[in-house]
Design a protein around this ligand. Structure first.
Ligand SMILES: *Cc1c(COP(=O)(O)O)cnc(C)c1O
Length: 367
């Protein structure tokens, strides 16, 4: 194949739509610092996501960093090593110690049955990830957190619009963080948010996202600059108008993969669950032992056909150069094994179904 198929492609409104949305910025000259567009976007996102409160940030990492900062935690945080660098970095940057818990084979989220054995007197929180948009075992995690008085923060970077038992997954835990990065299902170019239940938490989020400033002549804490600007919010307003159509198109691609790959022995595909409404953000496959090629060999074969999946998530965070001296990734054997076998296939709204068929033909060819 001549055209290059990358793992993702950013969703964008038409140029005209975006220009129309940003036009009044040349009149107001208000480009950032909690402008009208970000205010409107907050409202619209609460409505769409069916969440009571949302606070916008310049990117997802800043949202997650501040979600953790919000609670003034100390000590250890139980988390998953099967995630993007951001999750663990946000914990470490808050002066906390990540304690890695293994994941479930079925959906790659944290194994809630293994959390309690990792709890010590120093444990203050659980930071779990709805990885690939798969909901964590939120009920069990909630139970454990209540019993041990722990804060629960969800990295919901992959879970925009995901529903569990008919309810937004973002309404579980103390705070859920979203990423609106260009590569995610819904984007504001770069951007992110915290979803929370208590309306009066807003003041603290303003403080945390604006250098700890609480009044013109008052700075109460050592805060960051985490504000979303008006050009980002404008992109968000435009993209939100098309989100349902985008997710519907992604679903078609996702289902086409399932149709093509469901009978291939040795290729594990995502399971469709009755109680979960996915956003079809990723199509992870796991190359099992009885497939004739290894994951890396299959990636190479796909690359030769101009197809570029991603080894997402590999390596495991606990194997990163910056963490490997402090951790032994063999202590989370399932996560370690999955990281060595997983890849996410190209998936975006405008991916042609014929291209999906072609990608699947390459995968089937070796079986
Ligand atoms: C994308 C992502 C983030 C970070 O979001 P940014 O908006 O890129 O800062 C955090 N966690 C996970 C799991 C992600 O995929």
């Amino acid at each position: 194949m001549n055209k290059k198929i990358l793992v993702t492609q950013s969703s964008m409104p038409t140029l005209e739509e975006y220009v129309e949305e940003i036009k009044d910025l040349w009149e107001t000259k208000w480009l950032t610092n909690y402008g009208n567009k970000q205010e409107l976007l907050r409202e619209k996102l609460c409505e769409y996501l069916k969440c009571p409160n949302i606070f916008l940030f310049v990117n997802g990492h800043m949202a997650l960093y501040n979600a953790i900062k919000f609670f003034n935690l100390k000590g250890e945080v139980i988390t998953t090593p099967f995630t993007f660098a951001s999750t663990t970095h946000a914990i470490v940057q808050n002066g906390l110690k990540p304690v890695f818990c293994d994941i479930k084979k079925s959906d790659y989220t944290i194994d809630a049955d293994k959390i309690e054995e990792l709890i010590t007197p120093n444990t203050s929180a659980i930071v779990a990830v709805h990885v690939y948009g798969n909901p964590c075992d939120v009920e069990k995690i909630n139970e454990i957190a209540k019993k041990h008085n722990l804060v629960v923060i969800y990295d919901a970077a992959h879970a925009f619009g995901v529903k569990y038992k008919g309810k937004s997954i973002l309404n579980y835990g103390d705070v859920s963080m979203l990423s609106f990065h260009a590569t995610k299902v819904y984007n504001t170019i770069e951007g992110g948010a915290c979803v929370y239940q208590e309306k009066n938490w807003e003041q603290r989020f303003i403080e945390l996202s604006n250098f700890g400033i609480t009044d013109y002549e008052k700075v109460e804490s050592v805060g960051m600059n985490g504000k979303m600007n008006e050009f980002q919010a404008a992109m968000g307003l435009c993209n939100l108008k098309h989100i349902e159509e985008e997710i519907e198109k992604r679903k078609k691609v996702f289902m086409r993969y399932i149709e093509n790959l469901k009978d291939i022995d040795g290729i594990k595909i995502p399971k469709i669950r009755e109680d979960v409404e996915l956003n079809y953000s990723y199509f992870p496959i796991v190359v099992e032992e009885n497939y004739p090629l290894t994951r890396d060999e299959l990636v190479k074969k796909l690359n030769e056909e101009n197809i570029y999946p991603r080894k997402y998530f590999y390596p495991l965070v606990s194997d990163f150069d910056c963490y490997k001296n402090d951790y032994d990734s063999n202590e989370t054997p399932i996560a370690k094994d999955i990281a060595s076998r997983v890849m996410t296939l190209p998936l975006y709204a405008n991916l042609e179904l014929e291209d999906v068929d072609h990608i699947c033909r390459v995968i089937k060819k070796y079986k």
